[in-house]
Design a protein around this ligand. Structure first.
Ligand SMILES: *[C@@H]1O[C@H](CO)[C@@H](O)[C@H](O)[C@H]1NC(C)=O
Ligand SMILES: *[C@@H]1O[C@H](CO)[C@@H](O)[C@H](O)[C@H]1NC(C)=O
Ligand SMILES: *[C@@H]1O[C@H](CO)[C@@H](O)[C@H](O)[C@H]1NC(C)=O
Ligand SMILES: *[C@@H]1O[C@H](CO)[C@@H](O)[C@H](O)[C@H]1NC(C)=O
Length: 553
């Protein structure tokens, strides 16, 4: 009588999953390009948590399985994985969930705490056994500039950040693992994690490397930034370390720096160098403090921008121009790879003033970086891959998109100017981009595709978007004022009326973003009208943004 009772209990606990069922599609929807993104905490109406702790644990276990296969290792070989996070309020919960997933799969877990995304990649390269480096794999918990309730993961090995295909593979493994979770297996992972997790202050190693890089560029000076006043705005993300651990040891004054304390509710502004409010905040700090330079980072410090002494922003095309000027001094003639929305003036600047080559590729930082790596592999030398978003990677820094390293290159420039007796605050930087033509008018409009519209005939938004682009291409051909860009890798790019426009399909969403740059409002309207003429009959396309712009540009 007793035996069957036990038998029922065992069957019940073995077959009942410990978590609500989710299928593969549910998991795959967490993918955004080469990142994983989801809602990690409650607090926004209509956005229930879908990056739950068990989902995170399963994804980490999926990464463990992927890594073991990649490294041709088995669980007995103790592969080591580092975990870092930005300032989000869900960071600790997810860090613990990920640690359980990795430890449960037999991997060694090293937690770094608050860290930057690029530092996590670097931990796969650094040789420093005292700090348990190098690690075999690394996970950064971040959702970049997204709202406080979001979070996500980026994965690295010593070969760089994982791409789309690998992320998909990991999510597929995670779905299987997740649906086999039992109360027992979850408890087991928890036990393993709590007895084996190690903690290391890796950011100390990483920041001292950054400091060394600037000292070296300044010919070995201990305090090459002595006397420079540089203010940092970390937007309450993870970048606050830059003031105290990089600038101050180099001799810079950092008073007036702001929002350095991590705060996952981002009470001051979005940590995002593309955000106007954020750029205004750092500009104000530079002017009020009469600083030589301002530096701003995104939440996880893979992106950055700067502001010169006069309040002029080095972001978007201007940051690319500045970095191109610095890199082309070191590598004359090299190819600068950028994303697709860079301006025509930037091309002229890179090619005519700097003597380099501008290779305008697609949107997406991973696309831009991979393209630069590909060019090198086919014999075209490239040393810089950079997006208007502020993601920039240098060949000399293992093609790692590191916002802190970009700023270090700028600091090197200041320091070496100082070393050779030139001191004019950051005027030297401003002079480097002299001659860059900038459009008087610039706008991005988003034309949404209504996925449920009968005009799509049940097809995908992608197919529909491609049809719109084909039509635009056709209608451009018959307009003598317009000229299609001779080389173009994304969407339809057209020059005319002294400016240009680009209509392209978004990488992830049912949207056709339209960028227009022109010497005046009137010229921008002319370009907008050319687009309107081609797209107005597509009933599945919401052109209200374009209409609105044309009515009041
Ligand atoms: C997976 O589950 C979702 C609901 O969460 C459902 O809409 C979808 O049809 C399912 N997909 C498959 C392939 O079963
Ligand atoms: C997806 O990725 C794009 C490009 O990196 C980014 O702009 C967007 O905010 C991301 N969306 C989410 C939900 O993470
Ligand atoms: C998670 O929730 C957000 C916001 O509600 C949504 O945009 C996203 O598609 C969801 N992801 C998944 C995998 O359900
Ligand atoms: C990253 O790691 C490499 C290899 O150990 C090292 O040479 C470099 O200085 C590190 N970069 C940064 C920015 O810490």
């Amino acid at each position: 009588m007793f035996v069957p009772f036990i038998w029922i209990m065992v069957t019940a606990s073995a077959s009942a999953t410990a978590v609500p069922y989710l299928n593969k599609t549910d998991f795959l929807r967490l993918q955004n390009g080469s990142d994983i993104r989801g809602v990690a905490v409650d607090g926004v109406e209509g956005e229930p948590v879908n990056l739950t702790e068990p989902v995170a644990e399963a994804i980490a276990a999926g990464f463990a399985a992927w890594l073991l296969e990649k490294k041709k290792a088995d669980a007995s070989q103790n592969l080591r994985v580092s975990i870092g996070h930005d300032s989000r309020i869900s960071a600790k919960l997810l860090q613990n969930a990920i640690s359980r997933g990795l430890a449960g799969a037999g991997l060694e877990v090293v937690q770094y705490g608050l860290a930057s995304t690029p530092a996590m990649f670097n931990s796969t390269l650094t040789k420093n056994e005292a700090f348990l480096c190098p690690v075999d794999g690394s996970i950064m918990i971040t959702a970049s500039h997204l709202p406080f309730n979001r979070n996500g993961f980026k994965f690295f090995t010593n070969a760089g950040g994982l791409g789309k295909t690998d992320i998909k593979d990991i999510l597929e493994r995670a779905a299987d693992i997740y649906n086999q979770f039992t109360a027992e297996s979850l408890a087991n992972s928890e036990r393993k994690a709590s007895s084996s997790i190690k903690k290391v202050d890796y950011m100390n190693v990483y920041t001292s490397d950054l400091v060394k890089a600037v000292r070296k560029a300044a010919g070995g000076l201990e305090k090459p930034l002595d006397g420079f006043h540089i203010v940092v705005d970390a937007g309450n993300g993870a970048g606050g370390f830059f003031a105290e651990k990089v600038l101050e040891p180099l001799g810079a004054i950092t008073s007036g720096s702001q929002f350095l304390e991590p705060d996952g509710l981002f009470p001051n502004h979005i940590p995002n160098p593309e955000d106007k409010t954020a750029m205004k905040a750092i500009t104000k700090a530079v002017l009020e403090n009469k600083a030589d330079l301002g530096i701003i980072f995104d939440t996880d410090v893979d992106r950055s921008a700067a502001v010169d002494f006069s309040g002029r922003e080095f972001n978007r095309n201007r940051l690319i121009a500045l970095m191109a000027a610095i890199v082309l001094e070191e590598h004359p003639g090299t190819t600068i790879v950028t994303d697709s929305v860079t301006s025509d003036g930037l091309t002229t600047f890179i090619e005519n003033k700097l003597g380099g080559k501008h290779h305008r590729f697609k949107r997406g930082y991973k696309n831009v970086i991979d393209e630069a790596i590909r060019l090198n592999s086919v014999g075209e030398e490239s040393h810089l891959a950079i997006e208007t978003s502020g993601h920039g990677a240098l060949k000399e820094n293992h093609w790692l998109d590191d916002g802190a390293y970009l700023m270090v290159k700028i600091l090197n420039k200041l320091a070496s100017a100082r070393a050779s007796g030139i001191h004019g605050g950051s005027k030297i930087l401003t002079e480097l981009i002299e001659g860059l033509q900038e459009p008087a008018f610039s706008i991005e409009l988003r034309l949404k595709i209504n996925q449920n519209h009968p005009d799509l005939k049940g097809g995908s938004f992608r197919e529909y978007g491609e049809t719109v682009l084909k039509q635009l291409e056709k209608s451009i051909g018959s307009d003598p004022n317009l000229r299609k860009a001779p080389v173009n890798y994304e969407g339809v790019r057209v020059s005319g009326y002294g400016g240009w426009f680009l209509l392209r399909l978004s990488l992830h969403d049912p949207v056709l973003p339209l960028n227009i740059e022109a010497p005046s409002n009137d010229d921008a309207v002319k370009l907008g009208l050319a687009v309107l003429a081609a797209v107005k009959d597509f009933a599945g396309l919401d052109i209200s943004a374009l209409d609105k712009f044309l009515k009041s540009p």
